[in-house]
Ligand binder design. Structure first.
Ligand code: PA5
Length: 447
């Protein structure tokens, strides 16, 4: 089986190759620390060997639960925020048909998401949509106390119980949370929901290969065994046994750190397929939350091409030269569609007649790469042979491992997120949450 391929050659007109390869010791040491658990944040390293240690029993349990939700429900609401939904949405969007959700005769339930915002319009419109639907809920929160998710779940649970009764609702709700701590664990125990555990040593943004990602992905009809298989193969390739020059995670970590110290402070993740939009959203969280601390860290941004070439293309080509791009490229499209010939040729497109749409997309990709390099944008390239569960599994693990190595090279703890608490504290103070009396007084003085 082929692997996804990382190509960093196009960065070397901007940074010296020997400087990147000079990271060998640092990157290998970082990888070793991840393996041995001797670096910062080492109580959150469960993801490192997660793919190869997922038990058959857990996979069967996830699959059986997914099957029973699939049988009972036409719509599944995945309630979660950040690491508790982005991985699932990334994989589901990447591997589902673009218009599946509009089909009347459906193989798979419609997957919708909640608990990732506090928009009253969104929640009210979701409630209206669900009114005449047979729906189920997968409620995901490691802490079990996240406001956005808890709020959405309270609304959804109330609605489901009204629509089908408490007893039936209990069969259509699954909670994924900590083994013993948090309000969601307590609630799930009391209500008798089916539950899955998020391992203590796996943080939210690294949890896509736990039930957090695997259950919704299985419910959406995607082969989770293939996804895991891809991740297992990448776990091996990115391990400490692999020499630096052959280890894609170590190389990617090295090249982005060298670009960073050379003033490339923003990384843009680029795709040429709308289905990959949420892979970028997942990646943004992974790198943003892991590296953006202590006043350091590359700012992770993302664009969908060619769409955004018509909005952000100008800035990328000629704006401040502080960016580099990492392109996720799919070698072979899954579908075949050729440009038809037209007798009149009024649109002047007959020069493309008989060519595949994917060929046109690839030429746009190549043309953009050359233009951006000419314009001062270093280009990194990740190629997936084809868009399927196996290669998405490889990609997810590759990015996770590279993120851990890169964070250690940057000398931060890639596995905490202390900065996320600041807004929560203020929000609770403003909402006058019990226990926040002092903060409420202090914040009111500032209004
Ligand atoms: O990566 C993280 O830890 C965060 O993005 C969390 O996943 C997110 O804040 C949701 O937290 P929880 O699962 O506790 O509701």
């Amino acid at each position: 089986m082929e692997n996804i391929k990382l190509n960093i050659e196009k960065a070397f007109s901007f940074i010296a190759k020997d400087r990147v390869y000079g990271y060998e010791n640092k990157a290998n040491a970082a990888n070793q620390k991840l393996q041995d658990g001797t670096g910062k944040g080492n109580d959150f390293l469960g993801w490192v060997t997660l793919p190869s240690s997922i038990s058959e029993e857990l996979i069967k349990d996830i699959q059986a639960t997914a099957n029973s939700l699939r049988q009972a429900c036409e719509v599944i609401v995945v309630a979660g925020i950040g690491g508790s939904y982005l991985g699932a949405k990334a994989v589901i969007d990447a591997l589902s048909g673009s218009f599946d959700w509009l089909q009347k005769e459906r193989k798979n339930p419609v997957m919708v998401y909640a608990g990732n915002n506090i928009s009253e319009d969104y929640l009210a419109e979701l409630s209206e949509y669900l009114q005449d639907k047979q729906f189920g809920i997968i409620n995901i929160s490691k802490s079990g106390t996240t406001t956005e998710t808890a709020l959405a779940f309270r609304l959804l649970k109330t609605q489901l119980e009204k629509q089908i009764g408490k007893q039936e609702a209990q069969k259509r709700i699954v909670a994924i949370t900590d083994a013993s701590k948090g309000a969601l664990r307590q609630l799930a125990t009391q209500e008798g929901y089916k539950t899955f555990v998020i391992p203590d040593n796996v943080g939210g943004r690294f949890s896509v290969l736990t039930p957090v990602g695997l259950l919704p992905i299985a419910v959406a009809g995607i082969d989770i065994r293939e996804l895991i298989k891809g991740a297992v193969d990448m776990e091996k390739l990115c391990g400490t046994e692999t020499p630096f020059a052959e280890n894609p995670a170590a190389l990617y970590a090295a090249v982005r750190n060298e670009l960073y110290v050379n003033g490339k402070k923003i990384e843009i993740l680029v795709n040429y397929h709308p289905k990959l939009h949420f892979v970028s959203e997942w990646w943004k969280q992974l790198y943003g939350e892991s590296e953006g601390k202590e006043n350091k860290g590359i700012f992770p941004a993302a664009v969908d091409f060619t769409t955004d070439l018509h909005s952000m293309g100008q800035w990328i080509q000629e704006g401040e030269r502080s960016i580099f791009e990492t392109v996720i490229s799919i070698k072979e499209a899954n579908k075949k569609l050729e440009v038809p010939s037209d007798k009149e040729n009024l649109d002047g497109l007959n020069f493309l007649a008989g060519k595949r749409i994917d060929y046109v997309n690839k030429m746009a990709e190549l043309g953009t790469q050359i233009a951006h390099i000419d314009g001062g944008v270093p280009n990194l390239h990740i190629e997936l042979p084809v868009l399927n569960a196996y290669y998405i599994g490889q990609l997810l693990y590759f990015f996770e491992k590279a993120c851990g190595i890169s964070g250690y090279i940057l000398d931060v703890n890639p596995f905490d997120q202390p900065g996320v608490e600041a807004y929560k504290k203020n929000m609770f103070a403003l909402l006058e949450k019990p226990g926040y009396e002092e903060e409420t007084k202090a914040i009111k003085k500032r209004l």
